[in-house]
Design a binder for this molecule. Structure first.
Ligand SMILES: [Cu+2]
Length: 439
């Protein structure tokens, strides 16, 4: 049996942090405001100091800018996130704040469930990164608030860039010219150890404005759980003795939008229905309808359904309201708890509503401590998006050793933020709307 000496194990009692300590953690690490001039109008938070600034101009011309801080429970928090595609006069703000909202891990045998962020010291388990883990990038030093460790300072935040393959390809009209470009991403990530697991929290900021957020679970399976005798595990050692108990990882993200610097965003849901052809029609018809979501909502993904958050403050050069579309990733929704029963929740902003489950305190309103309870009919004037992506982990032999990273996550993608593809080459910039077809 090996002993995991670098961290607590799952069986260790969770350290109870006081509400006061949490409040301190929520502000610790925030950089001082500087006198640097604002380029974006109506920014809700001051642009941070150099130590807490992430700014990256990608080789394709898009500049991402944000601030980071480290919360004693939530871990990495990214704030004041904006991008400036080439051709835009200023940074376009997207989010006030983006971070994890919980990782909920219930075991199939009903013996236990964990709330890794608020109940199991996720943030305290920030890991030092080896230089090779951040190729071509910078590893920033993070001070972990309320640290229970002897060394609260961790070289634990990587920011780097990565190619993602084709951003686009198009055969041109003349001289067999091919328009093509490789897409570039800014990557920001941390690794947090929780028990035997290590969670990678990865944020990918693409040069086309898409943001993809993923949690990857790696490390080791918990050997404590190799004892399932009730048919709820999978044998991973020789024969059928060592069975790892199956469990779920329900990851939540909390996104506080501020499109164009304003939190007065609106939410829209789109649904399409397909109807068989009637007499005289050659093919089925599809009709798409918009529903304005004006009150808090517990939403469920469906075939032909999607949502977007719409700016009240800004339009693109075509005169269309800027928005961001929510693009869910694959998810196995866990129906065992109210807060995991739905794929996403839109709640009215409340500074006390910070974790999707096991929130520290019920915010003084008796409203409960989980996101499902906060969906209680309030008007959405400042919507906060909670995304729930579940993964049912039935271990396999290949999970030893180390366990290959299994990823779960989703994206938000710009919809009408710019008037054209933000990477459009200059020669094609005139081809907006009804342009002459190729010959
Ligand atoms: Cu797992």
């Amino acid at each position: 049996m090996r002993v995991n000496s670098t961290s607590t194990t799952r069986t260790r009692a969770a350290v109870a942090l006081t509400v006061a300590a949490l409040a301190a953690g929520a502000t610790a690490g925030a950089g001082p405001a500087t006198a640097r001039p604002q380029t974006a109008p109506a920014a809700a938070t001051p642009y941070c100091g150099a130590a807490h600034r992430i700014e990256q101009k990608l080789s394709t011309g898009t500049t991402w800018r944000m601030c980071w801080r480290y919360d004693g429970k939530a871990g990495l928090v990214l704030e004041d996130i904006s991008y400036r595609p080439k051709g835009e006069p200023r940074q376009i703000k997207i989010l006030n704040s983006a971070r994890l909202g919980q990782i909920h891990v219930p075991y199939d045998d009903g013996t236990i469930e964990y709330d890794d962020l608020t109940g199991f010291d996720f943030a305290q388990g920030l890991m030092n990164l080896a230089p090779g883990e951040c190729p071509g990038g910078t590893i920033k030093t993070v001070k972990v608030p309320d640290s229970v460790n002897e060394t609260p300072t961790i070289k634990g935040l990587c920011t780097t860039t990565r190619s993602r393959g084709h951003a686009y390809r198009m055969q041109g009209d003349t001289a067999n010219k091919v328009y093509q470009a490789a897409g570039k991403d800014l990557l920001v990530y941390t690794v947090n150890q929780v028990g035997w697991y290590e969670y990678m929290t990865e944020w990918r900021f693409q040069d086309d404005g898409t943001i993809t957020m993923n949690v990857g679970a790696t490390g080791s399976l918990s050997w404590d759980d190799y004892d399932a005798g009730d048919g709820r595990g999978w044998p991973i050692g020789k024969g059928a003795k060592a069975k790892a108990t199956s469990h779920s990882h329900n990851a939540f993200w909390r996104l506080d939008f501020a499109l164009d610097g304003s939190t007065r965003n609106s939410v829209e849901q789109y649904d399409s229905t397909v109807t068989a052809p009637t007499r005289g029609q050659r093919a089925p018809t599809t009709k798409t309808t918009r529903t304005k979501i004006t009150k808090e909502l517990a939403g469920d993904s469906r075939n032909y359904r999607w949502w977007r958050v719409v700016s009240a403050a800004g339009k693109n050069k075509d005169g269309h309201a800027r928005s961001y579309e929510i693009v869910p990733g694959p998810s196995t929704k866990y129906p065992g708890r109210g807060y995991t029963k739905h794929d996403l929740y839109f709640t009215q902003y409340d500074k006390c509503e910070l974790f999707a489950s096991n929130n520290p305190g019920d915010c003084g309103r008796g409203a409960g401590t989980s996101v499902d309870r906060w969906v209680n009919g309030q008007t959405l004037k400042h919507p906060v998006v909670w995304m729930n992506i579940g993964f049912h982990h039935i271990a396999r032999d290949e999970d030893q050793q180390p366990m290959p990273v299994h990823w779960q996550g989703f994206s938000i993608a710009p919809r009408d933020v710019t008037a054209m593809n933000p990477l459009t080459p200059a020669e094609l910039g005139w081809q907006n709307g009804h342009w002459q077809p190729r010959r």
